[in-house]
Structures are given as C-alpha cells and as structure tokens.
Design a protein around this ligand. Structure first.
Ligand SMILES: [Zn+2]
Length: 84
C-alpha cells in the first residue's frame, strides 16, 4: 500500500492493534494483530491473509475445536437511555 485510501496521506507505519471480528451478532477480539496504520488519520489496514486467518480462527472457536479466554461485554442501546 502506497498511501492511505481514506485521507491520501503517504506516511504509513506497521503496528499491532486490537481487532474485533463480528459475524451474525457474535464477537471475537483478537489482540496483537499486525496492521498498517496511517500516521495522519489513524486509519488501519489489514492484510488479506491476516483477515482470512482471523475468520478461520473465529470459526474454530465457534465450533468448539479451539478454546480461548472469554470476557463478558455489557451492551447498551444509547437511544434507549433516559438522558433527561
Ligand atoms: Zn489517513
């Protein structure tokens, strides 16, 4: 990748980040995922192979062939909150 397709900036750096995979209302958080990040706007880009690996891991965990740590995540619909 030569430049950020979001803002056009050409200064991109390699980094590791947290990636939240979502499929049909199920979530899985991956830590230390390699990514390319735009130094200007912070947009992150992931390699196609990385995303494929994440998807296959998600399926393995969902099917119970692999076990991992779990956290409970509260979900709140902000529009349903009383903000008076
Ligand atoms: Zn950018």
């Amino acid at each position: 990748m030569q430049q950020c397709s979001f803002c056009g900036n050409k200064h991109l750096k390699t980094t590791v980040t947290e990636y939240t995979y979502r499929q049909n209302g199920a979530y899985m958080i991956f830590q230390n995922v390699p990514a390319i990040q735009c130094e200007f706007c912070g947009e992150k880009y992931f390699d196609a192979n990385t995303l494929k690996r994440i998807e296959s891991e998600f399926i393995a965990v969902k099917n119970g062939t692999r076990h991992t740590k779990e956290i409970r995540v509260p979900i709140e619909d902000f529009s349903a909150l009383d903000v008076a």
